[in-house]
Write a protein that binds this ligand. Structure first.
Ligand SMILES: [Ca+2]
Ligand SMILES: [Ca+2]
Length: 156
């Protein structure tokens, strides 16, 4: 006979198994695209992509857009599905100069990803994105100046 508490623990273990613990260096989430120079006085935003095979809980995570001396922190919530895309907006009032580096931190404050610095003052529908999605060689060539695809797969 199963006690109720056993069922609860089993459910909890199953749940934990689905979530990747990023503090242990097992994290597969990358900054996949970012818009620092939106058209029509729009809002800056950053898209994340989960390259892994497990959902990742983003509670407590933070994106920080650094455009010295200005910085724009975005606090994250929710989760990101395997091979999924999620985009997070900055604040309407933010006006970046368009010369930005984007950082991603997990709930423990560990840096998970960092982009190269990109410059864009065009205020157009173009953004910087990894092509193909999730490309990560840690060079500037990971990012292409491409048509915006917020929350979707990147296309040239
Ligand atoms: Ca743009
Ligand atoms: Ca995209």
């Amino acid at each position: 006979m199963l006690l109720k508490s056993d069922i609860g623990i089993k459910a909890l273990l199953a749940f934990c198994g689905l979530m990747v613990v990023c503090g242990l260096g097992m994290c597969d989430v990358v900054i996949n695209e970012f818009e620092l120079s939106p058209p029509d006085n729009g809002t800056v935003w950053v898209e994340l992509y989960n390259t892994g095979d497990a959902a990742v809980d983003l509670t407590g995570w933070k994106i920080n857009i650094v455009d010295k001396p200005w910085e724009g922190p975005i606090l994250l919530k929710g989760s990101i599905e395997p091979k999924g895309f999620v985009a997070f907006d900055g604040q309407d009032t933010w006006t970046a100069t368009g010369n930005g580096t984007v950082f991603l931190y997990d709930a423990t404050g560990t840096e998970v990803d960092k982009t190269s610095q990109q410059s864009d003052n065009s205020h157009s529908d173009f953004t910087y994105g990894r092509l193909p999605d999730g490309k990560k060689t840690d060079t500037r060539a990971d990012f292409a100046f491409m048509m915006a695809s917020k929350g979707r797969s990147n296309v040239r």
